[in-house]
Write a protein that binds this ligand. Structure first.
Ligand code: MOS
Length: 705
């Protein structure tokens, strides 16, 4: 028998390939006769292209084609609404007419022999515009309820307004989070190669099958004609969930030029091409009794979206169940503006909504003179009061306790500005975290070979959490084989279709499929091979045995409210003269079900903590209201945390949690919850340090001086 592998801190099976450069990312695929694309982008935010002259560019050295709306082939743009697409509206059609809806919209693409030639020729395309008034400032838009009817945008229980009016203690504040952009180290890239009517795309994507489906719909060809290959993704945080217009441009360029084409976005282009976390404006009003019981919650928020699609995310959902409260009102609205469509960015909705809610809870704790942990414990619900369902499991109490103990919370003097280290103001703050434990259908194939090895495959993705590794562990343990005898492969549409690699559902969805396929293959081998030992039975059968299984969720979402929960505690030091905030320690405890690999799981969590430092203290895409330009679309001016910003102590605890309802593996997912709660815990710590409540992120020095 082999030892249990699920739960072991196995090192990344693809780690060596990554650190030696052997792992191939989208832009690195070598294709013979490769040409290069450069995109010409709109410099206005709304209006029309009045004229576009590509004659000079066409004459430039090495240029194979210049495509504009005047000469680009007409594309079919069949309807396709994949999971990550906006529910309402129509995606951007590239180079099909002269309409401009946003700054940075592609208006031409140049294909040339060499990248430098394409980039140079792109500067020679002459464009004039007929601009129209652009809406680029969220404060100038009257928000509206989304037209999409698939979600309730206004939810009420009890009589929150009346109860709020009569509350013994009341907090009523607004919270603002600016636009943030995904900044993975690997920029998006696509290599497109046609072979007759068949297309191969080497692409950075979190879902190969979705890219195939979308490009099939755009070009009007069967999805089976398209192969998408994406074995490694150098971070994405959600930017790779949708198939964006640059993939279409690469395929279009390759078709017209009659050669394979590589299109890689620059860092600057990333800010106009692959979505972003939308700017949100929220109001949270809390009513409570003197003894610290919530009596009413009103949480309203709106977020920016494009003029052509309604992007929405779960901004207010957690407010309906995180704390116990009989009277709750939430209203989610959108503000359509001249920008490209926002998208999901790590913990989409929850990260933003819970910043507001957990900041307000801290304000309430101060108003009540109650410890913030104690306030949450007093309002711990017995069940999901929105869905009226029991939680499949909820370990908030254990998380508060574990994190508070490891942090040393009992030593906290609640008085703001009371804790110091030398001239620095020290602040301790905390917040709760939650994220849904979702699951979607996924399939996997297990192929057992006579030599006692196994090849397990699924068209899943790994943008960093360690899918390669965790799936190998699940497969090897299920098969009872040593991990070295099992290979797992992902990232190719030729493999069985997987779920989207987002929303923290990969382990639950693909893991369940891998487990089921391995179990079926193993059972068949043992039955046919007439032996109790798998390797012996395989040798006996003498030929490969395969099983492909689709694993689908049951009716558990109808019976249980299923979420991961956590608690985040933070220590900051604020320089009273410079207004600079440094995070000194973060302690997080999570009830996230079974932890398949504590090593990669911890990695996820510290990644989320560092991301939370960015959200709290640094990240801000500054939009020029005159033209919708992102003024800091680069790494010099859009600050993200670097090693020097990561605190020396990032402490992660997974509380013991066995959830028999959530999925066969009992896992809840970690990618998103790791970010949730970090920004409010930091803001609450900054208040404790300075006595200043900052309700608009990021908390930059100017706000503290
Ligand atoms: Mo995550 S925003 O679902 O990639």
């Amino acid at each position: 028998m082999t030892a249990a592998l699920i739960g072991q801190p196995v090192s990344r099976v693809d780690g060596r390939r990554k650190v030696t450069g052997a792992a191939t990312y989208a832009a690195e695929f070598e294709v013979p006769d490769l040409a290069h694309a450069a995109v010409v982008r709109s410099t206005i935010a709304n209006g029309r292209v009045a004229s576009i002259d590509s004659a000079a560019a066409e004459q430039a050295a090495g240029v194979l084609a210049v495509l504009t709306h005047r000469n680009a082939p007409r594309l079919v743009y069949r309807e396709h609404k994949g999971v990550p697409d906006a529910a309402t509206g129509e995606r951007l059609h590239v180079l099909q007419d002269n309409r401009i809806t946003h700054q940075g919209q592609p208006i031409a693409v140049v294909i040339a022999d060499k990248l430098e030639q394409a980039v140079h020729a792109a500067t020679m395309v002459r464009v004039t515009y007929a601009p129209e008034g652009a809406i680029t400032d969220v404060t100038e838009v009257e928000p509206v309820l989304p037209a999409d009817q698939s979600s309730p945008w206004e939810v009420r229980r009890g009589d929150p307004e009346t109860v709020l009016g009569q509350a013994e203690v009341k907090i009523d504040q607004s919270y603002v989070i600016p636009r943030e952009n995904h900044n993975p180290i690997e920029m998006h890239a696509t290599v497109a190669a046609w072979d007759g009517d068949s297309l191969t795309l080497w692409d950075k994507t979190q879902w190969v099958h979705n890219t195939a489906d979308e490009i099939a719909a755009v070009f009007g060809i069967p999805p089976e004609n398209i192969r998408v290959v994406s074995p490694f993704v150098g971070g994405a945080f959600g930017s790779g969930l949708r198939c964006w217009p640059h993939v279409t441009l690469a395929a279009l360029g390759a078709r017209v030029a009659g050669r394979p084409v590589k299109l890689m976005l620059s860092r600057r282009e990333m800010y106009y091409s692959v979505g972003f976390r939308p700017h949100t404006v929220q109001r949270v009003a809390l009513g409570a009794s003197r003894d610290g019981r919530l009596t009413a919650i009103v949480h309203e928020g709106h977020q920016e979206t494009s003029t052509y699609e309604e992007f929405t995310e779960a901004l207010l959902n957690a407010t309906r169940f995180l704390h116990s409260c009989p009277n709750v009102y939430t209203r989610h609205r959108i503000a359509p503006m001249n920008m490209h469509t926002p998208t999901y960015m790590r913990a989409p909705g929850e990260a933003s909504g819970i910043f507001a809610l957990e900041s307000a809870m801290d304000e309430l704790a101060v108003a009540l003179n109650v410890d913030p942990v104690e306030l949450r414990l007093r309002n711990e619900p017995e069940q999901d009061e929105f869905q009226n369902l029991p939680f499949s499991s909820r370990s908030t109490r254990q998380c508060y306790k574990a994190a508070a103990e490891r942090f040393g919370w009992s030593q906290r003097n609640p008085e703001p500005r009371s804790m110091r280290k030398g001239r620095l103001l020290i602040g301790w703050g905390m917040a709760s975290a939650t994220y849904g434990a979702g699951r979607a259908p996924a399939s996997a194939k297990a192929r057992l070979l006579p030599d006692g090895t196994a090849e397990v495959t699924s068209a899943a993705s790994d943008m960093g959490p360690g899918t390669w590794t965790s799936m190998t562990q699940v497969a090897a343990e299920t098969l009872g084989l040593p991990i070295e005898r099992v290979s797992f492969t992902l990232g190719d549409t030729r493999l069985p279709r997987a779920a989207i690699h987002g929303g923290s559902i990969t382990m639950a969805s693909v893991g369940s499929a891998v487990q089921a396929a391995c179990r079926q293959a193993r059972d068949e081998v043992l039955q046919r091979g007439g032996a109790n030992d798998l390797s012996e039975a395989l040798a006996h059968i003498g030929q490969p045995v395969e099983a492909t299984v689709q694993a689908t969720p049951g009716d558990e979402t109808k019976r249980f409210s299923m979420h991961a929960f956590g608690a985040v505690f933070v220590e900051v030091a604020v320089d009273p003269d410079l207004g600079e905030t440094r995070v000194r320690r973060i302690v997080g405890a999570y009830g996230a079900g079974r932890i398949v690999n504590p090593k990669t799981a911890r990695s996820q969590c510290i990644g989320g903590m560092i991301g939370g430092i960015g959200m709290a203290l640094m990240e801000h895409s500054i939009v020029d209201p005159r033209n919708g330009r992102v003024a800091n679309a680069n790494f010099a001016e859009y600050a993200v945390p670097v090693h020097a910003d990561a605190p020396p102590m990032m402490d992660v605890t997974f509380v013991d949690e066995h959830d028999p309802h959530v999925n066969p593996l009992g896992v809840k997912g970690l990618g998103e919850i790791a970010l949730v709660g970090v920004a409010p815990a930091i803001a609450n710590a900054v208040f404790h340090a300075t006595g200043k409540r900052i309700r608009e992120l990021p908390i930059t020095p100017d706000k503290l001086l």
